[in-house]
Design a protein around this ligand. Structure first.
Ligand code: URA
Length: 240
């Protein structure tokens, strides 16, 4: 019979090692379709067979998607010797595949806001591909008040010292004249900071609030995360 070994299924969906899972199986703690199953090598069909550990069904999850509200001070990496990383905030008990999770894009250490965490490489590729020009929107607070000239320079594209000027970007000045929303369709290193620097201004605070159709949940405090809803996932998958 084709399918997946029972011990592999359970260790992929949980945080226990294959050795621990084998012991659980041998002790009779695991059932498949209601029958106690004592052979770790027994094949199961993910999504079709009902696998239970201690009477609780263990569903098979292929892809996981989390919205993370990155706080300042946390680095957009999976490992760092000095600073707290995004993965340090994620509790294994909340996900099935923590070991496979990666970040879709990066934010500077002092930037806050929306980051997507997933193990879906195909979706990540589509969101990050320079060809797709996926919009990223930021709230920004600056040292000096903004003016129409900066707005025009943003929409024309700015020479920030790279090979090519930036793609046209939208700058929406808010009531406080040193605050704005910026929408980019690319993601270069320190891009927003460098764009304002070229205009003689300085970024004091930066927060990403949107990626494509996905908005940062206003009720999600910095440092917290939650799974994406089905509707949010649809919005992201609509990008092609
Ligand atoms: N632009 C920046 O300068 N920093 C970020 O983190 C994101 C965009």
């Amino acid at each position: 019979m084709s399918g997946m070994r029972l011990d592999k299924y359970l260790s992929e969906m949980g945080n226990q090692s294959r050795t621990e899972i084998k012991q659980y199986i041998k002790k009779g703690r695991v059932t498949v379709n209601g029958q106690t199953q004592k052979q770790p090598e027994r094949k199961v069909a993910p999504g079709r067979d009902a696998v239970c550990l201690d009477g609780k069904e263990v569903l098979f999850v292929k892809n996981e998607y989390f919205m993370f509200h990155k706080p300042a001070g946390c680095v957009s990496a999976t490992k760092d010797a000095v600073h707290k990383t995004v993965l340090d905030y994620i509790d294994e008990a909340d996900c099935h595949r923590k070991k496979e999770l990666f970040l879709v894009g990066r934010l500077d250490r002092d930037t806050e806001g929306l980051l997507l965490l997933t193990n879906d490489g195909e979706l990540a590729h589509r969101l990050l591909s320079p060809k797709n020009h996926v919009e990223k929107q930021y709230f920004v607070r600056l040292k000096n008040p903004l003016n129409e000239e900066e707005k025009e320079r943003f929409s024309a594209g700015i020479d920030i010292g790279d090979e090519k000027p930036t793609r046209p970007a939208e700058l929406e000045i808010l009531k406080e004249e040193n605050e704005a929303y910026v929408t980019l369709t690319e993601g270069r290193f320190h891009q927003i900071k460098r764009m304002f620097e070229s205009c003689g201004n300085e970024v004091l605070y930066l927060k990403r609030i949107r990626m494509g159709g996905l908005w940062l949940d206003e009720n999600l405090p910095a440092g917290q995360y939650r799974p994406l809803s089905a509707a949010e996932l649809e919005l992201l998958k609509a990008i092609n």
